[in-house]
Design a binder for this molecule. Structure first.
Ligand SMILES: CC(C)(COP(=O)(O)OP(=O)(O)OC[C@H]1O[C@@H](n2cnc3c(N)ncnc32)[C@H](O)[C@@H]1OP(=O)(O)O)[C@@H](O)C(=O)NCCC(=O)NCCS
Length: 200
């Protein structure tokens, strides 16, 4: 009984999380957690509209790269007495040149946090986990002195309404061609990504 209470206190942060319908909380991502998260990541981005194709080890390498960027904010959502079921990875926009070029000139790229990836295991969705991760990430970013947050996502992504609800404005669109797995075949397909910006 004591152990349960201790673990609960350990993972819950603040009243908002305590009142959250699905009990759990945020935790920092360590290298040790990236292997499990990489499996969730691959499953999430194999879904439409992404249909991504992953080489062996590619996802875990990418997650580990992101937690090495100076100033990164990488948070996982751990369910009460359970495992991590989702995460957000963000880092300063200066490390993402192909997206930084879309930033209006008057904004200092070193003060912009880039939301690189956010994903939640399918069976845990629609309970506010991505929204809570996003909010926690932006709160930390603001505390660290970032003035803006920028995200790039497929316009068909389930993330788009969450960005709209969180005061992000669409500032640019970009057509991207990538290899996708469709009906068991890998084919190059175009889709439209939106660049979304908000002040902190
Ligand atoms: C996008 C993604 C991260 C959203 O995760 P999520 O945890 O389901 O997100 P939330 O629960 O915060 O919000 C999703 C919806 O559930 C609703 N919701 C939240 N809590 C709810 C609750 N208790 N009951 C019912 N609905 C709820 C939200 O209002 C939101 O509705 P909307 O789509 O109409 O805006 C998830 O779908 C995912 O991993 N997709 C694949 C990867 C991906 O596309 N990532 C984004 C790349 S940028």
């Amino acid at each position: 009984m004591f152990m349960r209470m201790f673990r609960q206190n350990e993972i819950l942060q603040g009243d908002e999380v305590k009142n959250f319908p699905f009990r759990g909380g945020v935790m920092p991502i360590t290298r040790a957690k990236t292997r499990r998260l990489a499996k969730i990541y691959e499953n999430c981005f194999r879904e439409e509209p992404w249909c991504e194709v992953f080489a062996s080890g590619e996802a875990v390498t990418w997650l580990r790269e992101m937690i090495c960027y100076p100033g990164n904010i990488s948070l996982g959502w751990r369910v009460y007495l359970g495992k991590i079921v989702g995460a957000i990875f963000a880092f300063p926009l200066v490390f993402k040149e192909d997206v930084a070029k879309f930033l209006p000139q008057e904004i200092d790229a070193s003060k912009v946090i880039y939301i690189a990836d956010i994903f939640v295991k399918k069976s845990y969705r629609k309970q506010g986990i991505a929204s809570a991760l996003q909010k926690q990430c932006l709160d930390i970013a603001k505390e660290k002195g970032f003035t803006h947050a920028l995200a790039r996502t497929n316009l068909e992504s389930k993330m788009r309404p969450i960005l709209a609800e969180n005061e992000y404005a669409l500032i640019q669109t970009q057509e991207v061609i990538s290899n996708k797995q469709v009906n068991g075949k890998i084919v190059p397909l175009a889709d439209v990504r939106g660049i979304f910006l908000r002040t902190l």
